[in-house]
Design a protein around this ligand. Structure first.
Ligand code: SAM
Length: 308
């Protein structure tokens, strides 16, 4: 059954963790907003909307960033804000397809098929690096930042349009390694050393005190624990920043989790299929040129029953 909108009662559509993929007809929420119309909110603290106030709740590439127990709590929050007969749509990286492709590329590599090992290496990055990395970008960022990516077509087929943006970003660090970086570094250094503000001694004092306080606290902790806490804190801060994958889903485990959260009838769909009216026109899972935004995704919709 499709939900219906009318001129008198437009639908309330919500996009959680929207990143830069959002539509102005929707209520868009993210902890790091990429537009003025995005509501800034940390979804680990719940969804800042009233009970049964939304017709559609959608999120893409979010659920895998929550720990397993937090993911259930988050889906229960989605249930709370949905109206009876409302629709939830979830997109996550598809673990099943990843594993099948990994196994195929493993076999091809063992059998010595030309270039198969590049695809095999990429699948390892998708499966593993996204979960275990300890610095932003991880080994995947390094792979995408290479001068020549040996299996660019395969990578593009896996992560779609995102490949272009990530490759550009990863390469900008390298391209920036000459004069530009020296210039930028020297500006940063001058600012950090207070040279850009020769008269603002209080700023220099404040900055030194702040840096000093953090360093001192960390040094005291190091002394007390007998362990160098600096790398521990750096890694801990990064791992809690929301970049890494904390869990993965397939069509079985995602459907089961949706049911555990209270939803009915979870169904797997493709990127363009939906019970949400005018779905493709919002260009969330389908780009304006008709291609898939995230080819590696699993899409699932479920409903809140009318009597729940
Ligand atoms: C991988 S991006 C996906 C962005 C977009 N949904 C898409 O599919 O292109 C994950 C997004 O979730 C947001 N996010 C992660 N954890 C969050 C949290 N606890 N609260 C709010 N937003 C969060 C991040 O800021 C980021 O924009």
């Amino acid at each position: 059954m499709r939900i219906k909108a009318s001129p008198k009662r437009p639908l309330t559509l919500v996009n959680l963790g929207c990143g830069s993929r959002f539509h102005h007809d929707w209520v868009n929420i993210d902890q790091y907003p990429s537009g003025d119309s995005v509501i800034v909110h940390d979804l680990r603290k719940g969804i800042p909307l009233r009970d049964q106030s939304c017709d559609v709740v959608y999120h893409s590439s979010i659920l895998e960033h929550f720990e397993q127990d937090s993911a259930l709590i988050f889906l229960k929050e989605c249930f709370r804000v949905l109206k009876p007969d409302g629709v939830i749509r979830v997109a996550v990286p598809d673990l099943e397809r990843m594993c099948r492709l990994y196994l195929r590329k493993l076999g091809d590599s063992i059998n010595g098929e030309t270039n198969a090992e590049f695809d095999y290496d990429w699948m390892m990055l998708e499966l593993y690096d996204q979960s275990v990395r300890e610095k932003s970008g991880g080994a995947m960022g390094e792979y995408l930042g290479q001068e020549v990516i040996p299996n660019l077509d395969f990578v593009k087929a896996r992560i779609g349009d995102e490949a272009r943006a990530i490759i550009e970003f990863a390469r900008s660090g390298r391209a920036d390694s000459g004069d530009q970086r020296r210039k930028r570094y020297s500006l940063v250094r001058r600012f950090v050393s207070g040279m850009l503000h020769p008269r603002m001694t209080f700023l220099r004092f404040w900055k030194r005190s702040l840096v000093g306080a953090v360093t001192t606290t960390e040094s005291i902790l190091t002394l007390l624990t007998g362990e160098d806490v600096h790398p521990i804190l750096r890694i801990g801060r990064f791992r809690m920043s929301g970049e890494v994958h904390k869990w993965m889903y397939d069509r079985f485990s995602l459907a089961r989790l949706l049911v555990q959260a209270g939803f009915k009838n979870p169904v797997r769909l493709n990127e363009g299929e939906s019970r949400i009216p005018k779905w493709s026109s919002y260009c969330l899972d389908v780009l304006p040129d008709g291609t898939t935004a995230k080819p590696d995704s699993l899409y699932m919709e479920a409903t809140r029953a009318s009597n729940s």
